[in-house]
Write a protein that binds this ligand. Structure first.
Ligand code: DOR
Ligand code: ZN
Length: 447
């Protein structure tokens, strides 16, 4: 029997409404007891002192690009999950835009096998919606469900054909899988490089309009209501999308939504300006799809996150190699390496008084777990909570600690972040996966 006792932290477990000083005891990989001084009652245990730290369920990321197989020069399952552990994430859902894409049982099984061998945390694969992500014909959803995927997505691209999207939604209901759509109409974004607005004009770059997202959000909500299927909207980024989703939820449509830390906190100005407006730059580390938007979008996203119209925060961790980014803006790959900065970046909202800490933790834990019903999967009961019997996934957080983002020190191979050199206030002190410590800093000391 192996026991880990985490002593004297401020335990925040939003699912159970718990917020107070307590011990958390994990026995044989599962939560055994949570309560004041519970750790003192266990005799033989490994012990961590969490005095002054917040103790919460491990974070769940519904949107992670691990790049393996096929793009190991950008990231591997080993490095991506090491980055997850450092970011406090104990479950990551792996997007299928790999090479080959995850559109067959064999491809999904290869990811699961590699995860078994090298992953630091839990990897739940996502299968493709269409064969080869080409948007022409449906991938074999039943076969993918049987292989263990937790959702279907062609992320990176939207399923543009409305009839195919309708059939994908219809078909998905048989396997109880959400369809996670990257909502941007390719015919409206064309070769757009960033948000269509004054910064794009100033830089002379072609824009991707907010309407490219909003027309697909509206269309796909209508198709979800037609079919009764579960539509998940990836990385929502505009105020207009939020209004559409809010109305759909009020009608009772089965629509869930994620937002990224960068869309909540950074604007399109990040692409052109550093510390001042004096100097103009073309910052490819701020190039991402959908693009960073405007202040009024951030306000709508934050309000929707706060009131639960947006279910969860997902990183869209999109690692790229230096050679993909240190090139002309229009040739550079889109994406931000986000796992290791997610908590610190989101804490800006807490420090600004826009979201409270228990709500932020909810949107990183039980929010995503229940949005996709992951907590009802065999072996994952209670995922995103510290309920007795739940998986022993725990994160220790220092919400006040300041640190400077140094991409060279990332566990991820992707050093592509617009936050290099930024000071963040909010630090992951330790991460425990299945009762084992998978990330630890000097802030969380052994007793
Ligand atoms: O910026 C992005 N990068 N957006 C996506 O949807 C895909 C991702 C990637 O795979 O690099
Ligand atoms: Zn996407």
């Amino acid at each position: 029997m192996s026991t880990l006792a985490i002593h004297n932290g401020r335990v925040i477990d939003p699912a159970l409404g718990r917020d107070g000083i307590a011990d958390v005891v994990i026995v044989d990989g599962r939560i055994a007891r949570v309560g004041p001084n519970e750790g003192d009652a266990v005799v033989e245990a490994e012990r961590i002192d969490a005095t002054g730290l917040v103790v919460a369920p491990g974070f769940v990321d519904l949107h992670t690009h691990l790049r393996e197989p096929g793009f190991e020069y950008k990231e591997t399952i080993a490095t991506g999950t090491a980055a997850a552990a450092r970011g406090g994430f104990t479950t990551v859902c792996a997007m299928p835009n790999t090479s080959p894409p995850l559109d067959s049982r064999a491809a999904v099984e290869s990811v699961l096998r590699e995860a078994d061998a090298s992953a630091r945390v839990r990897v739940l694969p996502i299968g493709c919606i269409t064969h080869g992500r080409a948007g022409k014909e449906l991938a074999p959803a039943g076969e993918l469900a049987g292989a263990g995927v937790v959702a279907l997505s062609d992320d990176g691209d939207a399923v543009a054909d409305p009839s195919l999207m309708r059939h994908a939604l219809e078909y998905s209901t048989r396997f109880h899988l959400p369809i996670a759509q990257h909502c941007e109409d390719p015919r409206l974004v064309r070769d757009g490089q960033m948000h269509e607005g004054w910064v794009a004009t100033r830089l002379g770059l072609r824009g991707r309009p907010a309407s490219a997202e909003e027309t697909f959000v509206a269309r796909d909500i209508a198709l979800a209501e037609l079919t009764g299927a579960h539509l998940h909207i990836c990385h929502v980024s505009t105020a207009g999308s939020v209004a559409l989703i809010r109305a759909a939820r009020e009608r009772g449509a089965h629509v869930t939504t994620e937002v990224t830390p960068h869309h909540l906190t950074l604007t399109h100005e990040e692409v052109a300006f550093g510390a001042s407006y004096a100097e103009l730059r073309y910052n490819t580390d701020a190039k991402v799809n959908p693009p960073l938007r405007e202040e009024r979008d951030l306000e709508a996203l934050i309000a929707a996150l706060r009131d639960g119209v947006i279910d969860c925060i997902a990183t869209d961790h999109a690692p790229h190699a230096t050679s993909d980014k240190e090139i002309e803006f229009d040739l550079a790959a889109a994406g931000i390496s986000g796992l290791e900065t997610a908590f610190g970046l989101c804490m800006r909202l807490v420090h600004a008084g826009q979201v409270d800490l228990p709500t932020l933790i909810e949107r990183l834990t039980v929010g995503p777990a229940t949005a996709w019903g992951l907590d009802r999967r065999p072996g994952l009961e209670g995922l995103g909570t510290l309920a007795p019997g739940a998986v022993g996934d725990v994160v220790l957080l220092d919400p006040a600690a300041e640190w400077t983002v140094d991409p060279a020190a990332f566990a991820s191979r992707g050093r592509n972040t617009p936050l290099a050199g930024a000071t963040l206030r909010g630090f992951v002190a330790a991460t425990i996966f299945g009762g084992n410590i998978v990330h630890q800093t000097e802030r969380a000391v052994a007793l």
